[in-house]
Ligand binder design. Structure first.
Ligand SMILES: N[C@@H](CCC(=O)N[C@@H](CS)C(=O)NCC(=O)O)C(=O)O
Length: 211
């Protein structure tokens, strides 16, 4: 049985799971879930993932895994994307928790209402401004870290880069400029140059069907 990835288009969290599958050249089935139409809360999808969110992944052995960063951990196991030293694995986790607590909760909704559904965002101007403000300390910390290192870990490109890249590479779509964060901008180019990289705009079930 192939891995099955349940995902919606345009999502940074779904992109993380998708790009790791593509960069590791793993065969998988892409099941589109239309979040804008509420499909993630349908009875059929709640049977698969009772939390009613995407991404969600079903492994080759039929185990269901939620949380994009947990998917990265599962998929990177035993590959060049998983750091070898225990200290580096712990640092990867440290940054992946940072991503989910200091960046994603702010960049994701700001981008959703600015770029994905701007018609709903017109009523949310104050919220969007606050989310952008809340993301800045995390972005400043990330930028300072990347001043010292080409990738998140000194050992090289890893699952931690993919995790952080998911939303950080589209801060402009949330209304946050890259200009105050030159090291993030430089790192973004380094990640985009890694083997097998494909942009978020190409994530689609059609691409997998054609592969
Ligand atoms: N922390 C989760 C976030 C999952 C999540 O909130 N997914 C969004 C799409 S990016 C979703 O399904 N939203 C629809 C909803 O909450 O009903 C992860 O990293 O996978």
């Amino acid at each position: 049985m192939n891995i099955k990835l349940y995902a919606c288009l345009g999502s940074g969290n779904c992109f993380k799971a998708w790009i790791v599958l593509r960069q590791l050249d793993k065969p998988f089935e892409f099941q589109l879930i239309d979040v804008l139409a509420g499909e993630q809360k349908s009875a059929a999808f709640l049977e698969i993932n009772p939390l009613g969110v995407v991404p969600y992944m079903v492994t080759e052995t039929g185990e269901g895994i939620g949380e994009s960063n947990a998917m990265l951990w599962y998929l990177a196991e035993g590959t060049h994307l998983m750091p070898k030293k225990p200290e580096d694995r712990a640092k990867a986790l440290q940054w992946m928790f940072f991503e989910q607590s200091k960046l994603e909760p702010f960049i994701s909704p700001a981008r959703f209402f600015t770029t994905i559904v701007p018609e709903l965002g017109r009523e949310r101007g104050a919220d969007i401004a606050q989310w952008c403000e809340n993301a800045k300390p995390g972005l400043a910390r990330l930028d300072a870290h990347l001043k010292e290192s080409e990738f998140m870990l000194a050992s090289g490109y890893s699952l931690a880069d993919i995790s952080l890249f998911g939303y950080t590479h589209v801060i402009d779509e949330a209304g946050i400029a890259f200009q105050p964060y030159p090291n993030i901008a430089r790192w973004k180019s380094s990640v985009e140059a890694t083997p097998g990289f494909r942009p978020l705009s190409e994530m689609s079930p059609q691409l997998e069907a054609a592969a």
